[in-house]
Structure formats: C-alpha cells, structure tokens
Design a protein around this ligand. Structure first.
Ligand SMILES: NC(=O)c1ccc[n+]([C@@H]2O[C@H](COP(=O)([O-])OP(=O)(O)OC[C@H]3O[C@@H](n4cnc5c(N)ncnc54)[C@H](O)[C@@H]3O)[C@@H](O)[C@H]2O)c1
Length: 338
C-alpha cells in the first residue's frame, strides 16, 4: 500500500518513534520533521559527533555499543518504529580503521534488534553499498559490491535487517542516500561535522575565508568538465522520505530498499560555481590528483522512492541546496558553537 502524505499525517499522531543519532546532521533534521508531523520522537545519541543544540526534544545520552545500558533503558518502553542514523560515516577513516567501523556500524544494529523484536526498522544506508557504478543512474537492483569498509558495514546492516524481516521479527526500510547536503530553510540547523569531509561545507568555508583552500580531487575524469559528478539531496528531503518509509511499513507495506537522490548530477565545478554565486566570493581551490576509490559519477535512479513512497523532493537543483548551506554557514561560522 502506498503511503500518501495525508494518510501519513493521520497515522502519525499516535506514533512513538525512536531516532538514534538524532543529534547528528540528518538525524536531527528527521527528528524535527517527524515532530512537526505529530510523531512522538525520542532520541538516543552519545553526542560523540552530534550536537545538543540540534535537537530540543526528549534525549537519552547513551552509547548504543553499551548493550546493558541500552537494553535497560528500552525495557518496558514500546516504540512503533526505530530510525537508525547513529554510525561512523567517514569513508577514508573506515579504510584505516576497519575494525572500529565494523564495530560502530554493525554492533548497534544487533543491540537494537535484540531489544526491539517486531519493531519496524528504518536504516540509514548509502549509495556506497553499490561500489563501482555499472550504469549511468543507479537503481536499487544494481549489484552491491562496496569498495570500502564503510560501504561494507552498511551492506552488512542491510543484510541483518533483511534476515530479521524474513523470519517476521520486524520489517525494514533500507534507505540508500546519495550526497546529503544543505541546511534548514529557517537557517538554524545545518551540517557541522568535525572533521568535515563534504564538498559543499568545505567550499563554503573556503569562500567565506573560514576554512582552508579546497582540494579538488581530479580534473581529468571522463565527465563534461573533468570533475566528479554527484547527486546532492537536501537534508529536509531525506527527512521527508524517512517519515514516508515508516508510514509505509506501519500501514502494511513490505520490507524493501529505496534510493534517495534527486536523479540529477552536478559536477564539483558546478558546485563551486553555485557557492561563488551564493556567497559572491571566489572559492580558493587547487586541482589535485584523483582520489582512489572515487567513481566519476554517482547518480540515483529514485523512481522507486517517488512512486512507492510518494516521495517528492522539494530541492531538485543543487544551486538551491547550496543557498541553504551558505545561509547556515554565514549565520553560524562556528557551527552549533555559534
Ligand atoms: N551525510 C551523508 O552524506 C550520508 C550519506 C549516506 C549515508 N549517510 C548515513 O546517514 C547517517 C547519518 O549521517 P550524518 O551525516 O547525519 O552523521 P552524523 O555524524 O552527523 O550523525 C551521527 C550521529 O550518531 C551519533 N552516534 C554515533 N555513534 C553512536 C553510538 N554508538 N551511540 C549513540 N550515538 C551515536 C553521533 O553522535 C551523531 O550525532 C549515518 O548512518 C551515515 O552513514 C550519510
């Protein structure tokens, strides 16, 4: 059954949902989105990467790796769904610290599943589970051969949730994001990672003079302007999809995977142009060699999410996404610290 926005709102009023990593970038945007739509949201976060100021609702500061503490907190509580964002998310770090990544990105899923049998589970997954693209746009049935430990840990979490679903221990929605980007339109919430590795914040900081010169990894890719092409999806559009996926599971829909990207690719150079237009300043940058493991293009085919979830991204153009990020960084030069 396809969840529509209106159906979602009716059902949401009675829903109690656990959001892990709800003080992080995408988790906090989703927690706020759910709350605005009538959901009773409870966040768990250990604040290792997240920010207390990103979420002003119920928060349990707890490490999901601490099985006893997690199970003790969950005991006697009942949730209509769990949305699991908490993870380590740096591809490069996952290559140098694989054991840490396997632990951080798989053990919490096990701990949650042990305590939440039967509860619908929405997982933050990633296009990194696909590995090297074989097609111009990636569909959900594209082969999954991740080329780094980060992608492999997320694929394992997907597999665990599929196995759990197969024996009726709880349905799952596996949401594979492409490049999350942008900030809330109100300008109060945005991306604040440390270290920051994502192109848009790094380019904005470079333009505003609050960060280093940007390194562009390769200008000889087989793309029209020689730089890598990615699919930038606004964080609020991701939030919308989580709400719809949860509604779909709650209203009888089967476990499945959905890509979350706009389907529009933008090159690094086009993003720098957008940052320059939005800030009115040049982006100081150097063109360096290619980075190992980077595909030339990563673009979603998100037909399935649009048709089955009723998902309608509001931001289809990266320039609009960049504008929201610029506003956030201009108003919060030190992130949540400001
Ligand atoms: N940002 C992207 O472009 C992107 C793309 C694809 C997938 N994802 C996935 O989306 C999710 C959220 O990404 P993000 O950019 O918001 O990351 P983030 O680092 O901003 O948020 C993660 C949150 O989880 C918390 N956390 C981490 N480990 C924890 C633990 N053991 N116990 C409790 N809390 C813990 C952190 O403190 C943080 O608040 C991640 O699972 C990531 O893999 C992100």
């Amino acid at each position: 059954m396809v969840a529509t926005a209106s159906l979602s709102c009716e059902n949401a009023a009675t829903m109690k949902v656990l959001v892990t990593g709800g003080c992080g970038y995408i988790g906090s945007a989703t927690a706020r989105y759910l709350r605005e739509n009538g959901v009773d949201v409870h966040v768990i976060d250990n604040l290792s990467e997240g920010h207390r100021a990103a979420w002003d609702g119920p928060l349990e500061v707890l490490d999901l790796l601490d099985r006893d503490a997690l199970h003790a907190w969950l005991k006697g509580q009942s949730f209509d769904g769990v949305i699991h964002f908490a993870a380590r998310c740096y591809v490069g770090e996952s290559v140098t610290q694989p054991v840490r990544y396997w632990r951080a990105n798989t053990v919490p899923v096990i701990h949650l599943c042990e305590a939440l049998e039967g509860v619908p589970f929405v997982l933050s997954s990633t296009c990194a589970t696909y590995g090297e693209p074989e097609t111009e746009r990636l569909r959900e049935d594209h082969p999954q051969f991740p080329v780094n430990p980060y992608g492999a840990t997320k694929l394992s979490a997907e597999r665990l949730l599929k196995d759990r679903s197969a024996v009726d221990q709880g349905k799952c929605a596996l949401l594979r994001y492409f490049n999350a980007a942008g900030a809330s339109t109100c300008g109060h919430y945005g991306e604040a990672h440390d270290p920051e590795t994502h192109l848009i914040p790094l380019a904005v900081w470079a333009a505003l003079g609050s960060g280093q010169r940007l390194s562009v990894f390769g200008s000889d890719w087989p793309t029209p302007d020689g730089t890598c092409i990615r699919d930038y999806i606004h964080v609020d559009d991701l939030a919308q999809a989580h709400f719809q996926a949860l509604q779909r599971l709650s209203s009888g829909g089967a476990s499945d995977a959905w890509n979350l990207g706009t389907g529009n690719g933008f090159s690094v150079r086009e993003i720098l142009d957008a940052v320059e237009a939005a800030t009115g300043k040049p982006v100081p940058h150097d063109e360096g060699p290619r980075r190992e493991g980077d595909p030339a293009r990563l673009i979603a085919d998100s037909t399935k999410a649009r048709s089955e979830l009723g998902w309608q991204p509001l931001y289809e153009n990266a320039a609009e996404v960049v504008e929201t990020a610029v506003r956030w960084h201009q108003q919060h030069p030190s992130g949540y610290a400001s």
